[in-house]
Ligand binder design. Structure first.
Ligand SMILES: Cc1cc2nc3c(=O)[nH]c(=O)nc-3n(C[C@H](O)[C@H](O)[C@H](O)COP(=O)(O)OP(=O)(O)OC[C@H]3O[C@@H](n4cnc5c(N)ncnc54)[C@H](O)[C@@H]3O)c2cc1C
Length: 427
């Protein structure tokens, strides 16, 4: 059996790693000249920058990969989650423990009581939006000042455009397990907010896909975009992956590409493939700044009505206790655009740099110089109403979608899905 994997991002590479362990032949065809997909780390003027994920959570499957690849010595773990929300003109710490919930100035006593009354509210309705659900269950203040900025910020999205059924399946499962949502939140808070720690590598997040590539290089073809997927003519159920460098015969196909590319590639195999093209992605611009500010924490998200274009800012060096220029001391990543301000991506790099630096000075009280400006016209999957289109999609036999638009987006979830799929294929 041979598995053809389209795309050498973290999903494709982690899948290859697990297929290798299971002794299943496979080939990865990747369009780009380097592995990692949206995970991109690199140096500008000596500073380490991230153009994709700034960090990942060190969950069990991530830990296994680190051990298999011998990367332990390169791991940098962050300490306790210390995130802020910019609300009412100031940075205020978001609570992740009982003590922080008691002292946070993001919520009034009335707002805190509303949160504690969540178990008395009606269950989550899959048809309501994330904003409606959070407001109804935790109160308006908690939604506006805390949950909206943190949840919306993670996806560069607007929670009032995200139906629960498309964006919060994990929350629905949590409610089924515990009977309400407050109990698991409290449980976590009582453990001082501890969950899998945030982590990166000395040379950035891309070290992980690079190490996977190094370990499985013989099965990966870079700069080899798949141009067509079709059934083999002789009716033996196999597939042909066409590329400009020749064709590859495989038994099963795993597609990990963004939705619009998948729509093109699957058009020969399914009349419903076109529906994938309707999925919206949130455009995103990020500006890397260098500033002499010594704030301690992971960064901040901005409350929706603060009148800023900035969606949020990562404090890259502080998050991982990095020091010195090579450790990216003084580097901050400003996120702009998203579902809130997609038109910002029409602006020049110079204008985006100015907006980021000006608003950074307003919030952080510190001047900043622009190191780099980067635009992703199709950044995060939006998980909005356009996800209804997935109801129409029928996966052709022998084809598997392993993607962040059909499952969860975070790197640990991508790795977990790759492992599960390898197990399924091995059976
Ligand atoms: C800006 C940004 C910030 C993020 N921040 C975080 C974070 O902090 N923490 C976190 O856990 N997650 C984060 N994520 C989410 C996470 O990084 C992604 O969901 C994940 O990396 C996607 O990996 P993937 O392999 O599924 O897809 P991709 O990375 O999109 O890989 C798909 C691959 O397919 C290739 N391809 C495309 N067309 C073809 C073709 N025709 N033939 C062959 N190959 C093709 C592409 O070149 C690409 O390499 C972030 C994502 C983005 C975009």
């Amino acid at each position: 059996m041979t598995v053809g994997i389209v795309g050498g991002g973290i999903t494709g590479l982690a899948l290859a790693h697990n297929l290798d362990e299971a002794g299943i032949d496979h080939v990865i065809l990747e369009a780009d000249d380097e592995p990692g997909g949206v995970i991109r780390s690199g140096r500008v003027d000596g500073y380490l920058l991230e153009w994709g994920p700034q960090r990942l959570r060190r969950t069990g499957p991530v830990d296994e990969l680190i051990a298999d690849l011998g990367l332990e010595d390169e791991v940098i773990e962050a300490g306790d989650t210390k995130l802020f929300v910019y609300a009412n003109g100031a940075l205020r710490r978001a609570p992740f423990s009982i003590e922080e919930f008691g002292t946070t100035d993001l919520l009034s006593w009335r707002g805190k009581l509303d949160v504690l009354e969540e178990p008395q509210t009606d269950p989550v309705d899959p048809e309501e939006t994330a904003a409606e659900m959070f407001t109804r269950k935790f109160g308006e203040e908690a939604y506006e000042n805390l949950i909206g900025p943190l949840f919306g910020g993670t996806y560069g999205s607007l929670p009032h455009r995200m139906p629960v059924k498309h964006s919060l399946s994990g929350v629905m499962r949590m409610e089924e397990t515990y009977g309400d949502l407050l109990t698991p939140v409290l449980k976590r808070a009582m453990a001082d907010g501890s969950s899998a720690p945030a982590m990166t590598f000395e040379e950035g997040v891309q070290r992980l896909p690079e190490a996977l590539y190094d370990a499985h290089e013989e099965n990966v073809r870079l700069e080899t975009p798949v141009t067509e997927i079709r059934k083999k003519g002789d009716g033996d159920g196999r597939f042909v992956l066409e590329t400009d460098d020749g064709s590859f015969d495989v038994d099963d196909v795993v597609v990990t590409t963004p939705a619009a590319v998948s729509a093109d590639l699957l058009s020969n195999l399914s009349d419903t493939a076109e529906s994938l093209r309707r999925l919206n992605y949130n455009p995103l611009a990020f500006v890397h700044l260098r500033a002499d500010s010594d704030r301690d924490g992971f960064g901040y998200q901005v409350r929706h009505d603060e009148g800023l274009d900035t969606l949020g800012v990562s404090w890259n060096a502080s998050m991982f206790g990095r020091t010195g220029k090579s450790g990216s001391k003084g580097v901050y990543t400003v996120f702009l655009g998203g579902m809130k301000n997609p038109e910002l991506l029409e602006e020049s790099d110079e204008t985006l740099g100015e907006i980021a630096a000006t608003e950074f000075a307003e919030v952080m009280g510190s001047d900043a110089e622009v190191l780099s400006v980067h635009k992703l016209h199709r950044g995060f999957p939006a998980y909005d109403e356009s996800w209804d289109a997935l109801d129409e999609f029928e996966t052709p036999d022998g084809v598997h979608l392993a993607t962040n638009y059909t499952a969860r987006m975070g790197v640990p979830s991508r790795i977990r899905e790759a492992k599960a799929l390898a197990g399924q294929l091995a059976k």
